[in-house]
Design a protein around this ligand. Structure first.
Ligand code: ADE
Ligand code: ZN
Length: 334
C-alpha cells in the first residue's frame, strides 16, 4: 500500500508556501540575512512545534516567515518544496502564499511574487512539476488591507490564478471579505477560502453564498449540517482536507477519529493535502499513508482521492485529462 501511494501521480491543492519552511533552511536564510531567530538551534525550534489550536501555530509560523527578505529567499523556499513534490510524484501543485505576511514588514509584493513564480517556472522545466499560485488574504487583518493587496497584485495578474482566505478563522467570518472577493472575481481571480477548520458550518455557508468559492479549504465542520452537505455536493465543490494538520492543531483528537472516510461515504469530493508540512510532521505522501492506516482506506479509496486531486484542480481541462490519463496508466499496472 505504501509503495502504491508513493508512486501514484497526484496533485496537491492545499499548501501554504510559508508552511513548507524547514528549520534547516530557515536557519540558513536567517544567517545570510543576519536576522536573529529566537531559538538556539534547529532542535530547539522543532521542540516549539507543539500546538493546542490554530492560533498557537500561526504565531510561530508568522515568526518563521520574518527571515524571508529577498527574491532569492522566496525562490529557495519554493524550489525546496517543488523538489519534494517531484520526489513524491506530485505532478501538479496549487501553492498558496500570504503576501501580507511580507508586505506588512516592508518586503515588496514584487519581491515575493517574482521569487516564488521563478521557482515554479524552473521546476516546470527541470522537475516536470506544474504549479498554480493562490494569493491568500489574511483574515485577521482588515478588508481594507486585503484591497491594498489586491491592488498590488494587479501588475502580476498573469502569475496568479486564484485568491484564498487564511489565518485566524474564529471571529473573522468570510462575510468580512465580501467586497474584496467581489472585486477579486471581477479582476479575474478564482475565489477559494479556508472555512470550517475551527469555524462552524455557518462559515462554510458564507464562503459558498457570499464569497462564491470554487473550493473549500478544510471544510471538516460541514458535517455539522446536513443541508450544507447536500448543498456542497449539489454545487460539486471539493474540500481540501489536511489530516496531519488536523491532528497537529487539535481539530481532530486522533487520526482514527478523522471524518475523512465519513465525508467520502456521504458523497463529498475530498482531496488529501499537507497544509504546512514543515510544521505538521509530513508531506502529502505521509498524509495519505497516515490516513490510509488510521481509517483502513482501500486502494479504491486512495484512487478516488488522487483522482479528485486532478479533477478538482484549477487546471484547464486538457491538462487535467493529460494527468488523469497518466494516473489511469499507472493504476492499470498495479
Ligand atoms: N495559514 C497557514 N496554515 C493555515 C491553516 N491551517 N489555517 C488557516 N490559516 C493558515
Ligand atoms: Zn491551510
Amino acid at each position: 500500500m505504501i509503495d502504491f501511494i508513493e508512486k501514484l501521480p497526484k496533485a496537491e491543492l492545499h499548501l501554504h508556501i510559508e508552511g513548507t519552511f524547514e528549520p534547516e533552511l530557515m536557519f540558513e536564510i536567517a544567517k545570510r540575512n543576519q536576522i536573529e531567530i529566537p531559538f538556539a538551534s534547529v532542535k530547539e525550534l522543532k521542540k516549539a512545534y507543539q500546538f493546542n489550536c490554530l492560533q498557537d501555530f500561526l504565531d510561530i509560523y508568522y515568526q518563521g516567515a520574518q527571515v524571508l527578505v529577498y527574491e532569492q529567499d522566496f525562490y529557495d523556499l519554493t524550489y525546496a518544496y517543488l523538489k519534494k513534490c517531484a520526489a513524491q510524484n506530485v505532478r501538479h501543485t496549487e501553492i498558496m502564499f500570504d503576501p501580507q505576511t511580507h508586505t506588512e514588514r516592508g518586503v515588496s509584493f514584487e519581491t515575493v511574487i517574482n521569487g516564488i513564480s521563478l521557482a515554479c517556472q524552473v521546476a516546470k522545466e527541470e522537475l516536470e512539476v506544474s504549479s498554480i499560485l493562490i494569493m491568500s488574504y489574511l483574515r485577521h487583518l482588515s478588508e481594507e488591507k486585503a484591497f491594498e493587496t489586491l491592488q498590488q497584485s494587479i501588475p502580476f495578474k498573469d502569475k496568479i490564478t486564484a485568491i484564498g482566505l487564511d489565518s485566524s478563522e474564529k471571529g473573522n467570518p468570510p462575510s468580512k471579505f465580501k467586497n474584496v472577493f467581489e472585486a477579486s472575481i471581477k479582476a479575474g481571480f478564482i475565489p477559494l477560502a479556508h472555512a470550517g477548520e475551527e469555524g462552524d458550518a455557518d462559515y462554510i455557508w458564507e464562503a459558498l453564498d457570499i464569497l462564491k468559492v470554487a473550493r473549500i479549504d478544510h471544510g471538516n465542520n460541514a458535517l455539522q449540517d446536513e443541508n450544507l452537505i447536500r448543498e456542497i455536493i449539489k454545487r460539486d465543490i471539493a474540500l481540501t482536507v489536511c489530516p496531519l494538520s488536523n491532528t497537529a492543531l487539535q481539530v481532530v483528537d486522533d487520526l482514527k477519529n478523522h471524518p475523512l472516510k465519513k465525508m467520502m461515504e456521504l458523497g463529498l469530493k475530498i482531496t488529501v493535502n499537507s497544509d504546512d508540512p514543515a510544521y505538521f510532521g509530513g508531506q502529502v505522501n505521509q498524509n495519505y499513508i497516515a490516513i490510509q492506516k488510521a481509517l483502513q482506506l482501500s486502494k479504491k479509496d486512495i484512487y478516488e482521492l488522487v483522482k479528485n486531486s486532478f479533477q478538482y484542480s484549477l487546471l484547464d481541462n486538457e491538462t487535467k485529462q493529460k494527468y488523469l490519463k497518466e494516473l489511469e496508466t499507472y493504476v492499470a499496472t498495479c
